[in-house]
Structures are given as structure tokens and as C-alpha cells.
Design a protein around this ligand. Structure first.
Ligand code: PMP
Length: 430
């Protein structure tokens, strides 16, 4: 069957809001390293890593072996009502890596479920249904997480059980403050946080949840230290800080293992998912023990932290650490950012190049100005695909090209992608 037939069948039977990339959507049927092959036999360099789910590349023997060994026991899953050795080991490792003193871990199947859990813990702990989030945020697709998602394109329902107030600190390229220095920007955002607390909440807010670098929102990087300034205010009120590390975790930002560490703060809870399973469904929350244990009734997750997912995740985490992929992300991220900034100097549809490590955004604008250009972004997506490179798209206006390759990326692959991206963006600019 041709891909367009499959796309038509997809459209007929799956929800219209389940978005597909490309004029002719692709079906990936094989993958090795950083390359994926579609049903027509075309191979692409993957610079979106399945929206960051593939942290360390495709077909990594250590992961396949760990998962296969679990399959060979016959126990794909029974229940979390019984002990699962790999789950305990993975929890111990993540608790230790979190830097949160006396941390405990709960495993879920997705980032959405991780954030739903963190919000439930925080609201229970603080006995308040008020939450702060950043403007232009994305935290998931279930009831509470959609309700707190700030980015209009992804806040599919407003019927949230939570009362949410939004603060500045997400999307700096188009903030209303107008070209402030880092220090003044941090002060403006902190003043805004105080103002929002005083004018839109009763003060007994449960938590502030934030992505250290906004993912879906367009890889927006706040100045280092913003969340430390926020935490000082939150501490005055006893408000918890939840860092949504679903995209920024596992060393992807290069400088730190968790995105929030760039701000020199330890949050009360962090949520994670995506890259941990290297494609297997696993997510979770790591939190202060008193916050984690604040639920008074029993709870369960039928599949969260199952033997197959935790075996794969443990192998992924060990691989990440043993091979210093954080260091690789820093090195190649800096190289890519420098190359793209060069391109930006000569190409006036590049409005902004930003990011950290292997989480890089290129904001495309109308020629010579600052007006967002989703048309240019869509055209670049098609051009790069035609040249054998898969990239992502995002941002409030759908005009940001997002780059997030597997963290095992090589120098040669980084240069290949830079070349294709430069040619594609220059072609669209003409
Ligand atoms: N938080 C962030 C920051 C995300 O980027 C995402 C997914 N794009 C989620 C939460 C939700 O994760 P999932 O799709 O696994 O439910």
C-alpha cells in the first residue's frame, strides 16, 4: 500500500487533531543509529528523534539485549502489586540523580501522566487547586495538563479542574518587555510573578510548573537564574516548584543533566518521560518524599514501571551515563548553534537561533522583519525532507524549526544536517 493510501485511512479513522507532518506523511519502517527509513525505502537523518523519544539512537544493542532478556523470562508484565527489581533499581538511580534530598519516584506511561501525577501531589500536599504555569507552556494532553497548557494551539479544552494563572518567563523573543538585558528580564518576570500572585490568586497556590526550556512552545530559553529568582518568591508563600523535564532531562541540554539545574535551584518535584525509554513508554515523577507520600488513599498504575519498560529504561540511562552523551550534546549543540547563527547573519528569514545542547530552535520570520512566518517553517520542513533530513516544527505561531537529534549524534552527521538546513533555508528565502 502506498503511503498516501495509508494517510487517507489514518485520516478516516483517527481523530483529526492527531496531527501528521508533511504534505505526504511518511511511515517509518526501519531505523539504525540516527537514520530512519520509510516504506518507500527513503532514508533520512533524524533530527527530531521521534520528538525526543529516541535519546540514544535507534537499534542500540545494549537496549535491545536488555529488553530481549526480559522478554525471554516470559514476564512482559504481571502487576505493580508484585516487586519488580528493575523498577526499584531505576527508581534508586533516578532519585540519586535528581539531587532532590530524600527523593521518591513514581513511574507512569507518559509525560502527560507524569504531570497529572505531579499536579495531583502538589494540590493534595498544599490543599489548593490553584496552580501557576508559564505563558506558552505545554504539559500534556489529559484533563489537568491540557487545562494548564498555555500555548493556544495545544490547549484543547479549557474545562480544567484547576485554577491556573500564567506568568511571563517562557517566550522571550516576543515578550512584551522589549529587549531587556538578562538581569532586567529576570526582574521583570519576577515582578510579574508577584503581581499575578497578588492579583489573580488567593496566595495559597499549590505549585508553579515550568519547562526549563519550552519544547512545544519553540525551544525558548530563559536566562539562567530565572527560576532561582522565582523560587525565592515561591518560598515566601510555601508554593512548590515542579520542573517539567520531559524534554530537557537526561543531559540533552548539554550543560546539566536536568534543565532546571542551569538555574541553580533544586525543585520540589521533577517530571520526566520521552528519552528515558529510548522509544519504550515510560515516564514518571521524582519528588520530595513528603510530597510524594502526601496521598492518603491507595493509588496504582497498571503498567507504569513495568518490567519491559524499566529494563529498557535502565539500559538507556546506563548507556547515557557511561558514554557521556551529555558532553556530546554540549559539544555538538554548540557547533550546530554557531553554524546556524552564521546562517542567520546571511539569511534574513532567520529571526532567532536559540537553544542549549541538542535542543535547538530556529525561529523563521517574514523576510527582513520580525513577523512570524509559519509558511516559511512549513516550506523548510518539506525542503529538508526532500534533502533527507527530518526536523520538527513548533512555537506559538508554528514558525520555529526544532532540532533534537539522538544524543549519540556524530560530528559528520551534525555537519551533514547543517549543510542540508542551510541549503533548505536559503532555498526558501529565495
Ligand atoms: N511535557 C512536555 C514538556 C512535553 O514536551 C510533553 C510532550 N510533548 C509532555 C509533557 C507530554 O508528554 P506525553 O506526550 O508523553 O504525554
Amino acid at each position: 500500500m502506498s503511503e498516501s493510501e495509508l494517510a487517507a485511512r489514518h485520516r478516516a479513522v483517527l481523530p483529526k487533531w492527531l496531527a501528521l507532518y508533511y504534505d505526504e506523511p511518511i511511515e517509518i519502517v526501519r531505523a539504525r543509529g540516527r537514520r530512519v527509513t520509510d516504506a518507500d525505502g527513503t532514508t533520512y537523518l533524524d533530527f527530531f528523534a521521534g520528538i525526543l523519544t529516541n535519546a540514544i539512537g535507534y537499534d542500540v544493542a545494549e537496549i535491545s539485549d536488555a529488553v530481549r532478556a526480559q522478554f525471554d523470562t516470559g514476564v512482559l508484565h504481571t502487576s505493580t502489586l508484585y516487586l519488580i527489581r528493575k523498577q526499584v533499581e531505576l527508581a534508586e538511580q533516578i532519585a540519586q540523580l535528581s539531587g532532590i534530598p530524600d527523593a521518591k519516584v513514581f513511574f507512569t506511561n507518559s509525560g502527560t501522566e507524569a504531570n497529572e501525577t505531579a499536579l495531583m501531589l502538589a494540590t493534595q500536599y498544599r490543599r489548593s487547586n490553584q496552580v501557576l504555569a508559564l505563558r506558552n507552556s505545554y504539559h500534556g494532553r489529559a484533563f489537568a495538563t491540557v487545562g494548564i497548557t498555555g500555548n493556544r494551539g495545544w490547549s484543547a479544552s479549557s474545562l480544567s479542574p484547576l485554577k491556573v494563572s500564567y506568568v511571563h518567563g517562557g517566550y522571550r523573543y516576543r515578550d512584551p518587555f522589549g529587549g531587556l538585558s538578562d538581569a532586567d528580564y529576570v526582574k521583570a518576570c519576577t515582578d510579574d510573578l508577584r503581581d499575578v500572585l497578588q492579583t489573580t490568586t488567593s496566595g495559597d497556590v499549590a505549585a508553579l510548573i515550568a519547562e526549563p526550556i519550552q519544547g512545544v512552545g519553540g525551544f525558548n530559553v530563559p536566562p539562567d537564574g530565572l527560576f532561582a529568582a522565582f523560587q525565592e518568591v515561591l518560598d515566601e508563600y510555601g508554593i512548590l516548584l515542579i520542573s517539567d523535564e520531559v524534554q530537557t532531562g537526561w543531559g540533552r541540554t548539554g550543560e546539566h543533566f536536568w534543565g532546571i539545574q542551569a538555574h541553580g535551584v533544586t525543585p520540589d518535584a521533577m517530571t520526566f518521560a520521552k528519552g528515558l525509554g529510548n522509544g519504550l513508554a515510560i515516564g514518571g515523577v521524582v519528588a520530595r518524599a513528603d510530597v510524594m507520600d502526601s496521598l492518603t488513599a491507595n493509588s496504582i498504575s497498571t503498567f507504569g514501571g513495568n518490567p519491559v519498560a524499566t529494563a529498557g529504561a535502565k539500559a538507556t540511562l546506563d548507556y547515557l551515563l557511561d558514554n557521556d552523551l551529555q558532553g556530546n550534546a554540549l559539544k555538538l549543540g554548540n557547533h550546530l548553534i554557531a553554524g546556524l547563527r552564521d546562517l542567520g547573519e546571511r539569511c534574513d528569514i532567520v529571526g532567532d537561533v536559540r537553544g542549549k545542547g541538542l535542543m535547538i530552535g530556529v525561529e523563521l520570520v517574514e523576510s527582513g522583519g520580525k513577523d512570524p512566518s509559519p509558511a516559511n517553517a512549513s516550506a523548510v520542513l518539506e525542503e529538508t525532507k526532500a534533502r533527507g533530513l527530518l526536523v520538527g516544527k513548533g512555537g506559538l505561531h508554528g514558525n520555529v524549526i526544532r532540532l533534537a537529534p539522538p544524543m549519540t549524534l556524530t560530528n559528520e552527521e551534525a555537519d551533514e544536517a547543517l549543510e542540508i538546513l542551510s541549503a533548505s533555508i536559503e532555498e526558501v528565502a529565495r
